[in-house]
Design a protein around this ligand. Sequence first.
Ligand code: ADP
Length: 608
Amino acid sequence: MKSRRQWPGRVTLGYIAILSGAFAVAMIAGWTSLAEGMDGSAYDWIFKVHRSTPANASSVVLAFDEAALGQTGGMRNIRRTLAATLKRIASEAPSVVAIDIILSDKGDPLEDEELRSALSRTRNLVLASDVIAGTQTWEEPEPSFKATAAAVGHVHAAPDPVCRRLPLEVIAGRDRRWAMALEAYRLHSGAGAIEESLDTIVVGSTEVPARRETRRALYIRYGEGVPVASVSAAKLPPLQGKAVFIGVTPQSAARDRFMTPNGVMMSGVEIHAQAFETLSRRDFLSPASLSSVAAVCLALTIAAGCIFAFVSGWPAYLLGAVLLAVAHATPHVAWTNGIIFPYLAPLWAAWLSVFTAASWQYFVVRRQLMKSESDRARYQQAIHFVTHEMRSPLTAIQGSSELMGRYNLNDAKRKQMADMINAESKRLARMIQTFLDIERLTDGQMEIRSESFDAADVIQQCLQRAQPLAERKQIDLRLNDLEPSTLRGDRELMEYAVYNLLTNAVKYSPAETLVTVTAHRKDSFLHVSVRDQGIGMDEKELRSVFQKFYRTKKAEESGEAGTGIGLSIVEQIVHHHGGRMEVTSTPGKGSCFTMVLPLAPASKLVSP
Ligand code: ADP
């Protein structure tokens, strides 16, 4: 019984273990670079699904586009055109003018002077700087231009293949620069200095979620509301109170053009304007913390585990499908709350755990069903067998007692009848005892002694007991190769097992054949073999030979077959002693039954 009682506990532990494995795999897989790439694509997809077009942009992009550059003499003439543009927009009173062109070197003195004077008359001017590729040095505006600026911001390119984020902070050498968009926003909102904590940047009353460890990355909420006008346009959009971003946009001239989550290419200056809009709308997104991702994945795994542990059939599958839908919806719900939730980790956690739990339920339930089916079949077989086997002693008892009651028998006859009744009732009692024993042995209820005993002694005693049976059939019962060894366990049960193998060998062998017994040590085991030259068994029969009540056709035909439970008891006994049974057999040629039994510890030390 003991082992059966542990079974539900083991199953539960196994279930928890496979679900934990599913959770661990989902979490680990969620951190691979493959998952990162797929999470990025999922981000872009969610971005498009939740896209909104904000009204009333606070910024305008003035672009040196193909048309403007064509009309004004191209990049060679850019400083003159820039000066003219600044003069043109000064009267419109923009709140900030951010120029995404790095004016680092000296040009034509006249042109430079013209530009310098236009710059110095521009209120809240933000100039651009960038880190020179492969160095720790800033490419700065020329000092006399820099002196006219209210701030110098970086226009460093974002590293992702798709420009989802803008690093608000770039450090090179000893200098740290805030992004041009952030500087523009600071001046636009009239805030003082930018303050910072580990997780945020504070500009006036705006708290921007931007963690230091990510270079203060700001997720840009691209919208379509920012007007983009060509510098050369006769009529510009209204600029009053707006942040004006000036930059170069044609493919051939712009240094930076990136793919956005919306699936369109955008120039650097537009990206900065979009980052500015994100800041001024305070439309922030921040990535979910590791612990919250782990907690959601764990919750999904536990939910899947509970569904398939407590619900079965189609309701379980329906709930599983609901759980999968929840996992798919989680990143969307998080997004609407300004949180970027990874897509794959919860998805994998849900799919893996639902799949594992559903398979577990399918196989365990099926196994239990099969087990109860075979238990039922065995029980029926047992009942059938018992009624059949008990009939003959009962008939004998019934017949004898009837004769004794009906006829006036002489003393000798009466004694014979009484003896027969006595013998048959004892046989019945033995039969019942055997049944009870085997049931108790199977259930692990039977107490098994643990004592050291001499194996050779047991074998010899059994041989002696079996000798008369062998002689009756002129079978030569021979002992070969008996190595002295000590076993540990129940001597009586072991005797039962050995004797059973010997009587089987004699029963299922024709007259005048040979039965040999050997006992030799190998590693830390004793191999006790009984080999006969009897009827043998085919492979299919061999597979069933240790089942209760199993008898081969040939054995039944020979008239020697018994109850068919002896070998099942032998196997139980060997199993309880920590050993195993091995059988080889050829139909018509003979069989060899071997008990492989662990030697008692002390005996192992003695070399064979
Ligand atoms: P039984 O009381 O019928 O011998 P067992 O459980 O000891 O019951 O054996 C089960 C069946 O296995 C036998 O009925 C017989 O068909 C087969 N069997 C057992 N031992 C041998 C053997 N040495 N040679 C051939 N068949 C055997």
